[in-house]
Design a protein. Structure first.
Length: 132
């Protein structure tokens, strides 16, 4: 695996958690090194980044200070996304809000230009990336 890809993936994960990269910047940097998508797993506090050759890179994520609610509330997930898009919340606050709304993880597809948020029983909320 290319050391540059590993470094970019780690920087993107750290940058979003430390709020020096926003979602759009992360997507751009990941696309530049060929990442097809990633999975943020709140239950394991990890992100897995997927490459076109079938390889993946796992990065430990920070543990938010909130338990994942048992019921999934798509409306609250959408509201958290809108606050994040407005730039009024940190990534950590966003994670805490979606976890409180029952989100156990989300899958980002750079190829499909969407994010799928999901709960314990596979309920989903889908957000499409804005057009460039």
């Amino acid at each position: 695996m290319n050391a540059n890809v590993q470094a970019v993936v780690e920087a993107c994960s750290r940058g979003s958690e430390e709020d020096w990269l926003n979602f759009g910047q992360v997507l751009e940097k990941l696309a530049d090194v060929g990442v097809e998508g990633y999975y943020a797993d709140f239950r394991r506090s990890a992100k897995t980044y997927y490459l076109p050759d079938g390889k993946s890179i796992e990065v430990k994520a920070n543990d938010p200070d909130v338990a994942i609610a048992s019921a999934f509330d798509a409306g609250h997930v959408e509201a958290a996304v809108r606050l994040s898009q407005a730039g009024t919340h940190t990534y950590r606050a966003f994670c805490e809000k979606v976890m409180a709304a029952g989100c156990v993880g989300y899958l980002v597809s750079l190829l499909g230009r969407r994010v799928v948020y999901f709960g314990r029983t596979a309920e989903t909320h889908v957000e499409h990336f804005p057009n460039k």
